[in-house]
Design a protein around this ligand. Structure first.
Ligand code: PMP
Length: 367
């Protein structure tokens, strides 16, 4: 397949080629089934084995402990902003606390405020969202009786990421939006009461959102919620209370199988992701100020790298010339401008190297 571009999209993003090839082979007729994955009943044995393997692969990759359930939801991470608050804040009688490190955390907090009291106990807004709180800063800011503490492990728009898993006070569930760094590195799942992630960056196409919920968190949920907005509907019915997004879960299963068998797990994937990010940050740092990285070094995202050029005209020229060279989707989010390169798991190291080479040659020509 020679006409595929190097796709630096922030999401939906690049998927592994072997996964696309397998899905393509199966698209008309699954071996032994005689129908397309787009046509099979979610109650068919084929799909039972798919959803079981999807969960097993996630459990294996993330070492999810027995204390946690895996749910396959719809509605995107945006719906999770509301679901988290409906399930854990409604009727809790104490405020939820949010560490706001960028645009997505801001939105999550706004949704929670529709449900009850929710405070930003740490916010990077005044500094322009260039960093994240240190573990001790976060530990000191969070109250021991908060309904939960919410973080966004990786802010996709600003490109800032928590370098290590934070810790909430005992008894306070740590809730994390991991949409854009899910399965990019090992995570200490035991620390989290609830993790959620839209699949469309590192684990599949749009349409399925993974939630990983600890058993004790499920016991806090009020009984008044609409059925499809109650996590227990998913955990008690194998995510099959109603029709799940069959095709999205099938591709998620293939991607997680690829991560397990071809990449060799999340330690190996993290090593690759670090190498790729180092190539691009290296080109920024060596440019003598021509490229100005947005994130402070200690909070630099391995997934979404954001930077500016000296002028909007140069940024437009950079994006256009990169596209001519086969590197697409490099324009920064409309809310912040500049350049953003997303280096999700399926972006091969050669892609990051090609981008870094292009950055050096562009700077040499235009600086
Ligand atoms: N959180 C983060 C960190 C994201 O990157 C995104 C999407 N880019 C969202 C939430 C919203 O996800 P969705 O579009 O699936 O609702």
């Amino acid at each position: 397949m020679t006409d595929r571009t190097l796709n630096f999209s922030a999401g939906p993003g690049v998927l592994p080629l072997p996964v696309l090839e397998e899905a393509q082979r199966d698209l008309i007729s699954l071996p032994g089934v005689g129908a397309s994955p787009l046509e099979v009943s979610h109650r068919a044995p084929w799909f039972r084995s798919v959803i079981d393997e999807a969960e097993a692969n996630l459990r294996h990759l993330l070492a999810i402990p027995e204390t946690h359930r895996v749910a396959f939801c719809q509605g995107g991470a945006t719906q999770q902003f509301s679901m988290v608050a409906m399930n854990l804040l409604r009727g809790a009688g104490r405020p939820a606390e949010y560490a706001v490190t960028g645009a997505w955390g801001t939105k999550a907090l706004a949704e929670a405020r529709k449900e009850g009291d929710a405070d930003a106990i740490w916010s990077g807004v005044d500094g322009g969202f260039v960093t994240v709180p240190s573990p001790s800063e976060l530990g000191h800011s969070c109250s021991a009786d908060a309904a939960y503490l919410h973080i966004t492990t990786n802010e996709t728009i600003q490109g800032v990421e928590f370098p290590v898993d934070p810790q909430a006070p005992d008894g306070v569930p740590l809730v994390a939006d991991m949409s854009s760094d899910f399965c990019s590195r090992p995570v200490n799942v035991g620390r989290y009461g609830l993790i959620y992630a839209g699949a469309q960056k590192n684990t599949g196409p749009a349409g399925v959102t993974v939630a990983i919920v600890r058993d004790d968190v499920l016991t806090r949920i009020p009984d008044s919620l609409p059925t499809m907005l109650d996590y227990r509907t998913f955990t008690e019915n194998g995510s099959m209370y109603n029709t799940p997004p069959v095709f999205s879960i099938y591709v998620l299963m293939l991607v997680t199988r690829w991560l397990r068998d071809e990449v060799g797990g999340l330690d190996a994937q993290r090593t690759i992701n670090r190498e790729k990010a180092a190539l691009v940050y290296g080109a920024i740092d060596a440019s003598e100020g021509f490229y100005r990285g947005h994130a402070l070094p200690e909070a630099r995202s391995l997934m979404n790298i954001t930077w500016r050029l000296p002028s909007g005209a140069l940024e437009r020229a950079f994006v256009a010339e990169a596209a001519d060279a086969g590197m697409v989707e490099l324009k920064g989010h409309r809310s912040v401008g500049g350049i953003r390169a997303s280096l999700y798991n399926a972006m091969p190291p050669e892609g990051a190297r090609a981008l870094a080479d292009f950055m050096r040659s562009f700077a040499a020509r235009r600086a």
